[in-house]
Design a protein around this ligand. Structure first.
Ligand code: NDP
Ligand code: ZN
Length: 378
C-alpha cells in the first residue's frame, strides 16, 4: 500500500566531515523494505547536537561509516527528530494507518525479541540501529530526517496525539525522550516515598531546557545549572525554581550542599564541567546521570574522594524506550509544556544556518527545520 511512493529519497547529505556545515541536496536509495518497515513523508525535523558530532565524526576513531560502506549511499544525511505521515507500510505493520501523523527519534530498529526489548529497554537492544549513521545487517548505513522521507521499523515509530503541534514537539522525539527516561527512572523511588524530588539540570541547551519542563511535569523541584547567568531569566520562565551559574566565584556547592536527588547532565562538552563541585550538591547515594556525549577524546575528571563524601553514583542514559516516548507525548498533551523552538525553512542554506548556529551555541533553545512539503514537493 503506497501513496506517491518514490524510488529514491531526497535529503541533505555530506560526503566528508569537512563539509559538516554544508550538507548538499542529494538523492539516495533507501534501505531494503522490510515487512515491518514504514516510510514517513517528513513534515519537519528538529536539529540535535548529536548531528554535529556525527557530521564532524567526533564520536568515532575511524572514518565516517557511509564513506567505507560497501552497499547503499556513500553520503550521510542526518536528522532524528522527525514528524511526518505514514505513506507506505510493510505487510506486517499493525500499529499504524496510511496518512497517520507519527514521530521518529534517534532509533530506527530494535529486535523486539530479546530480554531488553521485552522489558521496555529497547533503546539498549544489542541489534539497535540508529536513525542515521547506523549499520543494518546487510551493511546499509541508515539515512536520517533532513530529507523528503525516512524508512524505519514500526517498533521505533510513535503515534502523535492530535493536540500537539508538529514543529513544537518534533524535538521531543530525541532530545525530550533522552531526558524523560533518566528523569522518570531517577526520581521514581523518591516520589514513591511521598517526597518532592529535587533535580538539578546541567547544561541549558536543547535537551536541558526540555528537561526543566519535563522534570516539573513529573512533580520535581528543579534547579537549572548553567555556566553563566545569561540563561537565568529564560530558565525561570521555563519553570525552574532555582538557578546556579557554575562559573561564578560564589561557593554555590556549599550553598546547595546535600540538595539534589538527581543531577542530570545535558552538557555537550566536559571542558567546563566542575564535577568535583557538582557532586558535593548530591544527597547520600544519589546519582549524577550524564546524557551529554562529548567528543570521544574528552574524559570526565573527578576524584574518588569526591564520590566518598556522599557515596555518589555516576552513570549515563541512552534515549528512551518506545513506551517512555508514548508516555512523554501524553505528558506533553496533558501539561501543555512546549519546547522553545525557532523554525528554519529547509534548504541548503537553512540546514547550514541551523548547524552553524547550533555549533556556535546561538540557539534559544531548539531549531526545527520546517517547510518540507514546499521544498520537496511532497
Ligand atoms: P545543545 O548544544 O543545544 O546544548 C548543550 C549545552 O551544553 C549548552 O547549551 C551549554 O549549556 C552546555 N555546554 C556547551 N559547551 C560546554 C562546555 N565546554 N562545558 C560545559 N558545558 C557546555 O546540545 P543538545 O541539547 O542538542 O545535546 C546535548 C548533549 O546530549 C549532546 O552531547 C548530544 O550529543 C547529547 N545527546 C545524547 C543522547 C543520549 O542518548 N544520551 C541523545 C541526544 C543527545 P550552558 O550554556 O547552560 O552551560
Ligand atoms: Zn538527538
Amino acid at each position: 500500500t503506497t501513496v506517491n511512493y518514490p524510488e529514491e529519497f531526497k535529503g541533505f547529505a555530506i560526503s566528508d566531515p569537512s563539509e559538516w556545515s554544508n550538507p548538499k541536496l542529494t538523492s539516495y536509495i533507501p534501505k531494503n523494505f522490510g515487512p515491518k518497515d514504514v516510510d514517513i513523508e517528513i513534515e519537519c525535523c528538529g536539529v540535535c547536537a548529536s548531528e554535529l558530532a556525527v557530521l564532524k565524526n567526533k564520536w568515532s576513531s575511524g572514518p565516517l561509516k557511509s564513506l567505507s560502506s560497501t552497499y547503499g549511499p556513500k553520503t550521510q544525511c542526518v536528522g532524528h527528530e522527525v514528524i511526518g505521515k505514514v505513506v507506505k507500510m510493510g505487510p506486517d505493520v499493525t500499529e499504524f494507518k496510511l496518512g497517520q501523523r507519527v514521530g521518529l527519534g534517534a532509533q530506527a530498529f530494535s529486535c523486539q525479541e530479546c530480554s531488553r526489548c521485552k522489558a521496555d529497554n529497547d533503546q539498549y537492544c544489542e541489534k539497535y540501529v540508529g536513525t542515521y549513521n547506523g549499520v543494518y545487517d546487510d551493511g546499509y548505513i541508515s539515512q536520517g530526517g533532513y530529507a523528503s522521507h525516512v524508512r524505519a521499523n514500526e517498533c521505533c515509530i510513535f503515534p502523535i496525539p492530535d493536540s500537539l503541534e508538529s514543529h513544537i514537539i518534533a524535538p521531543l522525539q530525541c532530545g525530550g525522550l533522552t531526558v524523560y527516561s533518566p528523569l522518570k527512572r531517577g526520581i521514581k523511588d523518591v516520589l514513591a516515598e511521598g517526597i518532592k524530588p529535587v533535580v538539578g539540570i546541567i547544561g541549558i541547551g536543547g535537551l536541558g531546557h526540555m528537561a526543566i519542563m519535563i522534570a516539573k511535569a513529573l512533580g520535581a523541584d528543579v534547579v537549572a545549572i548553567s555556566r553563566s547567568t545569561s540563561k537565568k531569566e529564560d530558565a525561570i520562565k521555563m519553570g525552574a525554581d532555582g538557578f546556579i551559574a557554575t562559573g561564578s566565584t560564589e561557593p554555590w556547592e556549599k550553598e546547595n550542599y546535600d540538595k539534589f536527588h538527581l543531577l542530570l547532565n545535558c552538557a555537550s562538552s566536559a571542558t567546563d564541567l566542575p564535577l568535583d563541585r557538582l557532586l558535593r550538591t548530591l544527597q547520600v547515594n544519589r546519582p549524577f546521570i550524564s546524557v551529554g556525549l562529548p567528543d570521544i577524546r574528552e574524559k570526565f575528571e573527578v576524584s574518588p574522594f569526591t564520590f566518598l563524601q556522599s557515596g555518589s553514583v555516576i552513570g549515563s542514559s541512552k534515549l528512551g524506550s518506545k513506551a517512555e516516548a508514548i508516555e512523554l507525548l501524553e505528558l506533553a498533551a496533558k501539561h501543555q509544556f512546549k519546547p522553545w523552538v525557532e523554525t528554519i525553512p529547509i534548504s541548503e542554506a537553512g540546514v547550514s544556518e541551523a548547524l552553524t548556529r547550533l555549533n556556535d551555541g546561538d540557539v534559544r533553545y531548539r531549531f526545527t527545520l520546517t517547510g518540507f512539503h514546499e521544498f520537496f514537493g511532497t
